[in-house]
Design a binder for this molecule. Structure first.
Ligand SMILES: [Zn+2]
Length: 73
């Protein structure tokens, strides 16, 4: 492998890494959006979340944070 080939390969890898990082970032953003809540409804149209300050969806069991509450981290 010549030096020119190495440099070309490095540029390829860098472009690839940047692309993967963007994809990862998008996936992480999607992941955190998914954890923010769910849209399960009972058949009568009411939200399926039950509980008091901490709500849990009775369909998927997901823990739902209150709207005015921020999760740590
Ligand atoms: Zn749910």
């Amino acid at each position: 492998m010549t030096q020119a080939e190495r440099l070309a390969r490095r540029e390829e890898l860098r472009a690839d890494i940047a692309k993967r990082e963007l994809e990862l970032e998008q996936m992480r953003a999607e992941e955190s959006r998914l954890l923010e809540g769910c849209e399960h409804l009972y058949s009568d149209g009411r939200g399926a979340a039950t509980g008091g300050r901490v709500k849990i969806c009775s369909i998927c069991g997901r823990l739902l944070k209150a709207r005015d509450e921020k999760l740590w981290g």
